[in-house]
Design a protein around this ligand. Structure first.
Ligand code: SAH
Length: 476
């Protein structure tokens, strides 16, 4: 993070704006709306600042900026069109240890001002740290149209009940559930349509119910969520919703940072993937952990790369849950084969090349591949091998030894759908060597069959762009 986002309480506190134009007026407007005691220093007052006079009071000082002007100020703003004046303010501010904001000059700022969507008391602040003001404006416009004005009313209403509910429902998890049912239920609906009295009545009902339930921990639940192969855009709405309401999350190596960032910030995080000594937490232990946490009344999120039921051991995990009477939901995800196929331009089936597709694991058991070669080596069929990187040589050799044409097209996709995706295409004969040369690492998926040749055709755009830009046709 480049900056620390904070919301400053300027109510009744002195602030200083140096300048008289539109920028000075915008800053002054925000400061006055937040209740600050504002002083403007500038020889005269511009049109926009004069208009502010109609709604607010502020002090105007027309004499030249002096160090005393900063006395007692919480923050100061340099908005003068005159660089020398702005620099003078920066110097005074630095001497006095007061934070300064210089308009249109992020480098000299102690703090920047975000774009604001104001639904007081709800505030949304947006910043790109000065890298793209246009993106900031676009996002602001989007929020302005999608966040109803009534959300401010909702926040205010919730605030008026906050202390009472805190006292009545001391258990944190239960209290959060209470707020969730309030914010996404009929209370909010009534508020949105300005029926405050009805909302109050419904709220009293909810409080009565909460009082009856006492302070027992609520029932827990497990969400077994498929997250897709890595690109967070491939999550389902349902996955995202459950990720946002989890109390604790269990994840492993296949879950990228981008996806973890979408899990509720306050959720406890437990890593259950491979440890430094290369040993994973045993499946049984993960199962027990899920059960234990759910029994504590928690909403337990188990994140699975791809789809939980495709080489994901999801079946084993829910078996343990159902044996122990723990409620669960399974949320499907885009499996690696499907994600890698579309992001690399290799269709898994195609009228002219493959009428079927097989997903197999290349994981060796006791040093041996356990594959049914006869069923794999069929005309017009695509074979996708999961977990096949370390046994790549044995797999490709096995295909050839069992009668496949050594010239059968084959591809390996590393980090499919993620930022560092690499694709290497070759044949059964060449792929293992190419993979070693390129230093392909896990996670990687192998696709075997005629469909691989379509990549070049379907990636015509990338190829054309490369040609135009005169870039060598490397992997990727
Ligand atoms: N349940 C997962 C598969 C887990 S097995 C799913 O449905 O996708 C782990 C294997 O999946 C890896 O060894 C690799 O072969 C494949 N895999 C998962 N994510 C991948 C990615 N982003 N790129 C390439 N292969 C991936």
């Amino acid at each position: 993070m480049e900056h620390l986002p904070i919301f400053l309480n300027v109510k009744g506190r002195r602030t200083l704006v140096v300048g008289s134009g539109v920028t000075a007026a915008r800053k002054a407007d925000l400061l006055l709306r937040a209740g600050s005691d504002v002083t403007i220093v500038s020889p005269e007052i511009g049109e926009e600042l004069s208009q502010l006079r109609a709604s607010y009071e502020f002090t105007h000082k027309s004499s030249a900026l002096a160090a005393e002007d900063l006395q007692g100020c919480l923050v100061v703003f340099a908005c003068s069109g005159d660089d020398a004046v702005n620099q003078r303010l920066c110097k005074f501010a630095a001497d006095a240890g007061i934070m300064v904001n210089v308009a249109d000059n992020t480098e000299n700022c102690d703090f920047t001002m975000p774009a604001v969507v104001d639904r007081t008391p709800l505030l949304i602040a947006i910043s790109t740290g000065g890298s793209s003001p246009l993106l900031t404006r676009m996002l602001k416009a989007r929020f302005e149209t999608t966040i109803p004005a009534a959300y401010g009313r909702l926040a205010e209403f919730a605030g008026s009940y906050r202390d009472r509910i805190k006292a009545m429902v001391p258990d944190l998890t239960r209290r959060r559930r209470f707020w969730e049912s309030m914010i996404s239920g009929p209370v909010a609906e009534h508020l949105f349509s300005s029926q405050v009295e009805e909302a109050d009545l419904l709220m009293e009902n909810l409080l009565d119910e909460a009082a009856k339930e006492g302070d027992q921990p609520p029932d827990g639940e497990v969400y077994l969520v498929g997250t897709g192969p890595g690109d967070p855009d491939l999550l389902t709405f349902r996955a995202l919703r459950l990720m946002q309401q989890a109390d604790v999350v269990l994840y492993d190596r296949l879950i990228g940072e981008g996806i973890l960032n979408l899990v509720r910030r306050d959720a406890e995080r437990i890593y259950v993937g491979k440890l430094t000594n290369d040993h994973s937490v045993p499946q049984e232990e993960i199962g027990n952990m899920l059960i234990r946490l759910a029994r504590q009344g928690k909403r337990v999120l188990r994140l699975k790369g791809g789809d939980p039921f495709v080489f994901g051991r999801g079946g084993e995990e829910i078996e343990a849950l159902s044996e122990n009477g723990v409620t669960f939901q399974v949320i499907p995800g885009v499996t690696a084969a499907v994600g890698c196929a579309s992001y690399s331009g290799i269709p898994l089936t195609h009228r002219d090349h493959a009428q079927g597709c097989m997903f197999v694991t290349g994981h060796e058991k006791d040093g041996k591949l356990n594959l049914n070669w006869k069923s794999l080596i069929q005309p017009r069929q695509t074979v996708v091998v999961y977990m096949g990187l370390s046994s790549m040589a044995a797999i490709t050799k096995g295909f050839i030894a069992n009668g496949a044409d050594p010239a059968t097209p084959a591809a390996v996709i590393e980090n499919g759908t993620r930022a560092g995706q690499r694709v290497i295409t070759g044949t059964l004969e060449s792929l293992s060597e190419q993979t070693a040369v390129a230093g392909i690492k896990s996670p990687a998926l192998i696709i075997i069959g005629g469909v691989v040749t379509l990549r070049d055709k379907l990636s015509w755009f990338a190829n054309k762009t490369r040609e135009q830009r005169n870039i060598a046709n490397g992997p990727g």
